[in-house]
Design a protein. Sequence first.
Length: 125
Amino acid sequence: MTDKGKLYEIMGELMYAVAMADGVIQDSEKEELEKIIADHPWASTIKWSFDYEFKKHHSVNDVYHKVLSFCEAHGPAPEYVEFIDVITRIADASDGIDNDEMWLIENFSRTLSEKFIGDLDKLHE
């Protein structure tokens, strides 16, 4: 799998974690996922990884930390902006964004930002 393919596999996993954050994946979240990937060049990869996590009943915490670890090791990528947009849309699809979903979204963004800014600071020391 290419580097970009792995990134979009990870995006599917992140979408699963956010959709499951409240304990149940709502029909509206599944519908939003389908809208998001309808014309996406990596649709099959994203859908496969989302479905895999769902079928295996992996915990939100385990999946989220796997995603975060991968992204931290991978380093900065422009795709992360898309990731945040997509997970926000998934979370908002079912009666708005709840506290658990908001925590995942904000923590993902903050953790990666702090990591990459810290890495840049180390380069300038």
